[in-house]
Design a protein around this ligand. Structure first.
Ligand SMILES: NC(=O)c1ccc[n+]([C@@H]2O[C@H](COP(=O)([O-])OP(=O)(O)OC[C@H]3O[C@@H](n4cnc5c(N)ncnc54)[C@H](O)[C@@H]3O)[C@@H](O)[C@H]2O)c1
Length: 263
């Protein structure tokens, strides 16, 4: 950016969900003022979903809103959080309770960034990938089933296509229902129980995608029991999650505590 003539200031936050907080937003406002950011400045969110949500929230609120660019570097961020304009931070009462809709001016998706992502984080992100197959596109789901092992090896031309497909599904859902009046809620498939697991187990115990994977197993079970999903479809979903090396159970998370966390 400097070579291109931009004046650049940097601010970093520690890795982990704890950084997605009002405290770190305050830290970034301080940094923004220190670096002299004005209404024409641009924030670049370089990192995973935590950085994207936090930096997006700061961009949405600093000086009543400035532009920002998402440069996602995790699977979750590439296929999900960098697209769609949901920004926010957590409160101790729960995740994403404070936030705004603020669309990035640009998303720079380069899957080569995944080459340094730890294996567990990579697999965790694949839960969100499976989600798109379940909620939107049966052919895509079958492609994931057929290429699961290949996809788990890391960045590849196939993975690039998979990321692009996920982004276009998310963009289509958000185009139809940006403010989650109805349809956009399908993107939360598995997230009701998933978010409760993250909270009950303590943030960081289960990675986001791992918790969502357990939540999708539960949602599939309920869909079969109460909403007419076929048993076979339920089995396909759970098998693909397992093939992706994802958990489908959260031992230690008592149902009573999860119910309370769901609210
Ligand atoms: N805004 C949305 O629509 C949306 C959608 C889905 C998830 N989210 C949010 O995203 C967050 C989860 O995102 P995440 O899974 O990316 O977690 P994360 O941002 O915590 O990143 C996971 C870990 O990987 C590290 N990391 C990221 N990229 C790396 C790379 N290329 N190489 C090495 N290490 C790297 C990070 O430092 C961190 O330790 C949650 O807070 C969730 O609520 C938001």
């Amino acid at each position: 950016l400097r070579e291109a003539g931009f004046e650049v200031g940097r601010a970093a936050v520690p890795a982990g969900e704890e950084s997605k907080s009002l405290n770190y937003a305050l830290y970034l406002y301080d940094q923004a003022i220190e670096h002299g950011l004005d209404r024409n400045s641009l924030i670049v969110a370089l990192g995973g979903g935590v950085v994207g949500d936090l930096a997006g929230y700061v961009a949405a609120t600093y000086l009543r809103g400035i532009r920002y660019v998402q440069v996602p570097t995790s699977v979750v961020a590439l296929v999900d959080s960098a697209v769609g304009g949901k920004t926010g931070v957590n409160l101790k009462q729960g995740k994403n309770l404070i936030g705004c809709f603020h669309q990035p001016s640009l998303v720079v998706a380069d899957i080569d960034t995944l080459s340094t992502l730890p294996d567990r984080e990579y697999r965790s992100g694949m839960a969100e990938v499976v989600k798109y197959g379940v909620i939107w596109d049966a052919d895509f789901f079958e492609l994931l089933e057929a290429n699961c092992k290949e996809l788990l090896k890391g960045p590849s031309a196939l993975m690039e296509d998979v990321v692009a497909r996920c982004c276009s599904i998310k963009a289509e859902v958000v185009r139809r229902d940006e403010r989650e009046g109805g349809l956009r809620a399908i993107l939360n498939f598995g997230h009701t129980v998933g978010h409760a697991i993250e909270k009950v187990a303590g943030y960081g115990e289960y990675l986001h995608g791992e918790a969502i994977s357990v939540g999708m197993n539960y949602a599939a079970y309920l869909s079969v029991a109460m909403k007419g999903m076929t048993q076979a479809d339920g089995v396909h979903i759970v098998s693909l999650l397992k093939d992706m090396g994802l958990p489908t159970k959260a031992p230690g998370c008592e149902w009573g505590a999860l119910r309370e966390a769901i609210g």
